[in-house]
Design a protein around this ligand. Sequence first.
Ligand code: ADP
Ligand code: ADP
Length: 228
Amino acid sequence: MIRIEGVTKRYPNGHRGLTDVSLTVHRGEFVFLVGPSGAGKSTLIRLLYGEERPTSGEVTIDHFRLTTMRMRQLPKLRRQLGIVFQDVKLLPTRNVFQNVAFAMEVVGASRKEIQKRVPQVLELVGLSRRRDHLPSQLSGGEQQRVGIARALVNQPTYVLADEPTGNLDPDTASDIMRLFLEINRRGATVVMATHARELVNQLQKRVIAIEAGRIVRDEAKGVYGYES
Ligand code: ADP
Ligand code: ADP
């Protein structure tokens, strides 16, 4: 379970990222974070994976209390999290298989585990036939699939995504969104910041709207609710 209680994030330059935000996300939920640019969506996601710490308030993920956690605990938390960004940042000289394998190598997985698990996750994201390709040989949608495979390969409990379809055309975005639904169906809790208005409106998932650092709406089967 993710619990955010009375969280305010003020940046060193005085910008307010979030003001007095509280929310709970239970295991197995699929949550969209929506709101205008600068609302605080990325700040919220960065607080969840420990990239930023709150100025005040509590952030808890399962038994990890992020506010008081020591830096050396962070890798343990991150192992429970799969993180997907708009800008995928693959290793340019490594092929698809190696890019995904790398995420397992850094957590100390054995060669045998890697050879078993990477093909499974490439199958899930539909990239089995691209395993020997370099990132530069892939379309934008395929690159994002590699990013998703990399996020999933260590079987995280929570998948956090910050505008994962932001660089993609509508059809590709729709395919990628379907992939997140499948990941959620298989048991991962998904929290996604997005501007994909039509997809949010179609999918009838929980929608949390943030404006100027505050939650202004939280609906079980919500809509996007903004014009752009
Ligand atoms: P969103 O993801 O909804 O576009 P952000 O979380 O990126 O919103 O930004 C929320 C507010 O925090 C904005 O006013 C933004 O300028 C500010 N902000 C975000 N990141 C930083 C940072 N690293 N340093 C200073 N201010 C920041
Ligand atoms: P190294 O840095 O030791 O060369 P790599 O990161 O290149 O390791 O590769 C990691 C693992 O992935 C190695 O076991 C390598 O043999 C394996 N590998 C790389 N590409 C493929 C592929 N297309 N199919 C199966 N295994 C692969």
